[in-house]
Design a protein around this ligand. Sequence first.
Ligand code: DP6
Length: 323
Amino acid sequence: MKATARACSNIAFVKYWGTADPALNLPFNGSISMNLASLTTETTVEFLDRPDDDELVLDGVPQSGEALARVSRHLDRIGARVEVDAAALVTSHNTFPAAAGLASSASGFAALTVAACGALRLDLAEAELSRLARLGSGSASRSIPGGFVEWHAGSDEESFAESLAAPHHWELWDVVALVEERQKEVSSVEGHRRASTSAFLDARLAGVPARLAAVRRSILERDFEALAAAAEEEALELHLVAMTSRPSILYWQPGTVQILQRVRRLRSEGLPVFYTLDAGANVHCLVPAGHQEVLRAELVALPLVERVLASPPGGPAQLLRAC
Ligand code: DP6
């Protein structure tokens, strides 16, 4: 009744922003991402022989409130499949700062799903694990398969993620410049809820099918320039919708703008690089293999950048141990 799993975080090139069904985490649109090998969560789930409440320890700190409740709801969902209602002890470690816009919920809920299923000896196919992870956190559905991944919109049945290409298909590096490591003020959950209050959401959604096709093609053909153009437009649209939601959400900090300007300058000087942002102030800068050290040095030198992390594409969520 005890198992440990590891899952990668992911960075989306076409983003999930806005929920058609908040209870089932069904997105308005499909999305495409790359798993991040160096940004992982390792989680152990142990079902205990007692009916008491679940416990969650994240990076050594016992959790309570909504963080614990969200994990408990997910464990109940998984336990219900095999009629197990035991309390669980969950210990989880991130290799990166949680809740700083680096999609800790993606790697967190993917690792939790695989560990809980492992502990309960629930042997599910990848698509089913992805659907299950989606119920915990939308972006977690994309951290179940490996490499470059597409998550489909649609009904509960249809909405799961699958690999478009393995990690070794294309060695892109994500160099993440951190300008803020504290918890963001508006959670993604709340951002998804507010998306439909933006007058620009419909315009964005109308363009998503063409963008999904462009990003899919650019990944399969390793066309960096096409991916760069689509992914930057996409990131700006997400933030446009967030900024124009009611109430408005402004994730950007001065350091964010400093990085965007620097990336544009570096590109005009010949470096193949593009940026994308999730729901936070930190900026993900992508380059083909061989350029990551130059980019890292450029970003570290910016006065408002606190820290830089770098990652190549990562594999699928994995069950490490079960006993
Ligand atoms: C901006 O699925 O992480 O990163 O887990 O419900 O907080 P919650 O939301 P999540 O939202 C992801 C939002 C995003 C875009 C993306 O990764 O597609």
